[in-house]
Design a protein around this ligand. Sequence first.
Ligand code: 4G3
Length: 222
Amino acid sequence: MRIDVITLFPDIFFGPLGESMIGRAREQKLVEINTVDLRKFAHDARGTVDDKPYGGGPGMLMKPEPVFEALESLRREDSLVVLTSPQGQRFQQRQARELSAMKHLIFVCGHYEGIDERIRTVIDREYSIGDYILTSGNLPAMVMIDATVRLLPGVLGSSLSPEEESFSNGLLEYPQYTRPPEYRGMKVPAMLLSGNHGEIAAWRKEQSLERTKLRRPDLLEF
Ligand code: 4G3
């Protein structure tokens, strides 16, 4: 998979996306992540990419020309263009799964108070990570890239398959324990040490359901 990110801050992506699983995925060429400085597509020497809204009102908007032209320089037959914005559809595990099946993603990171509406004509998906306003769409793009890349074949390595975890089965994860078997008086449930895999699977399923009922009842109403 190739991912291009159109942003005013092209350098900040490689901290969060340079380490751990995503960093290794890039080293192994399972994904190539490239950032594009939107200012390079400005039409003036100052690098202007925003302007005041027609009709007045607070804040600045992203101008259309730099975004259109940056997209034209990147777009292929098989690209999917994603805008990060608070007005988008909620980005959930389903959306991460959809994006992980694409060959080429282009993220457009919104900045300022919004975008010129004409930009929406060249966007395939508009996604929000939640109901709050951030100073830019950079962090949402990093969140979406992380959620997507970890689903690519080979990225998770030896850990659990993505299908076994929370949200893939629609339930929260069951309680888990590692060594030691007792720490500060807190014991690992004996049954987990029993080696009875049928009993363990049943207990986990029940714990998942119970935990979901208590913490996220919204996940159980479809
Ligand atoms: C576009 C995304 C971008 C329009 C972006 C603001 C929050 C999210 C922006 C706009 C953002 C989110 C930049 N804030 N919840 N800010 O995913 O009005």
